[in-house]
Design a protein around this ligand. Structure first.
Ligand code: DGL
Length: 261
């Protein structure tokens, strides 16, 4: 599983909760964070380098726990690897379509995700009769990576970003960046209780379970699973935030500049 930083830990948490016997290797590309403002082609290159590295570790399934990377590289990854590749996009769309009552769904994500049109494509593929309203929120990732999930500055920024979506009358909001569930307190406060927030973390974990089950890949072992956390930059905020956002399974961080793998 990988992300540009700590955001994908929201997905890791859900996967560990659902599948406690599965070994996990999580890569945070902290040296090249953030992905959101970069051209899609560059994000695609990073994502494939990282997944090549993970496949060399002999993983049985890949989780793209980053919407920007999934938007840039999902189709290529599914062609390139023989192991199943699960992303956060389709599970998020499925959960949002099930939740909306007025069929007006908002989406917040990075520039890369919004510019790619990946969610519009996933909505079309699902044949759901819903309207999607997208808003890039490029400054949110910095707040999360600084560990700021509640400040006044953040509340003001969230109010600015969500205003056009409120005007569009959405009743459901897809958090289309894996960092954003860590801001759900502020987002729910600003959006109001009538808007359902959709984090794709649990839906993605369910999809991971389904793929492993259908492909007869679930780990039958009864012993405790091994969870490894790897970052591309030297020790930094990743360790502290990892403990805070993931919890007790977050151990020592290995350093590996995976682009050199
Ligand atoms: N967490 C990532 C995503 O889901 C990327 C954030 C970033 O690096 O800009 O889009």
């Amino acid at each position: 599983m990988f992300d540009s930083g700590v955001g994908g830990l929201t997905v890791a948490r859900a996967v560990i909760d659902l599948l406690p016997r599965e070994n996990l290797i999580y890569f945070g590309d902290t040296a090249r964070l953030p992905y959101g403002p970069r051209p899609l082609e560059e994000v695609r290159k990073f994502a494939l380098e990282i997944m090549d590295g993970l496949v060399e570790e002999d993983v049985k399934l890949l989780v793209v726990a980053c919407n920007s990377a999934a938007s840039a590289a999902l189709a290529d990854a599914r062609d390139r690897y023989t192991v199943p590749v699960v992303s956060v996009i389709e599970p998020g769309v499925k959960a949002a379509v099930a939740a909306t009552r007025n069929r007006r769904i908002g989406l917040i994500g990075t520039h890369a995700t919004v510019a790619s049109g990946s969610y519009e494509a996933a909505v079309r593929a699902s044949n759901a009769n819903v309207e999607l309203f997208s808003q890039a929120c490029p400054r949110f990732v910095d707040f999360v990576e600084r560990g700021d999930t509640t400040s006044e500055e953040l509340v003001t920024l969230a109010a600015e970003y969500l205003e056009p979506l409120a005007r569009a009358g959405i009743d459901t909001l897809i958090l289309a960046c894996t960092h954003y569930p860590l801001l759900s307190g502020v987002l729910q406060y600003v959006a109001g209780d009538d808007v359902v927030l959709i984090s794709s973390a649990e839906a993605t974990a369910t999809e991971v379970f389904a793929r492993l089950k259908d492909d007869h890949l679930l780990n039958p072992a009864r012993r405790r699973a091994v969870h490894r956390f790897v970052a591309s930059s030297e020790e930094g905020a990743f360790s502290d935030l990892g403990r805070r956002f993931l919890g007790p399974e977050f151990g020592r961080v290995e350093h590996r500049p995976w682009d050199k793998a």
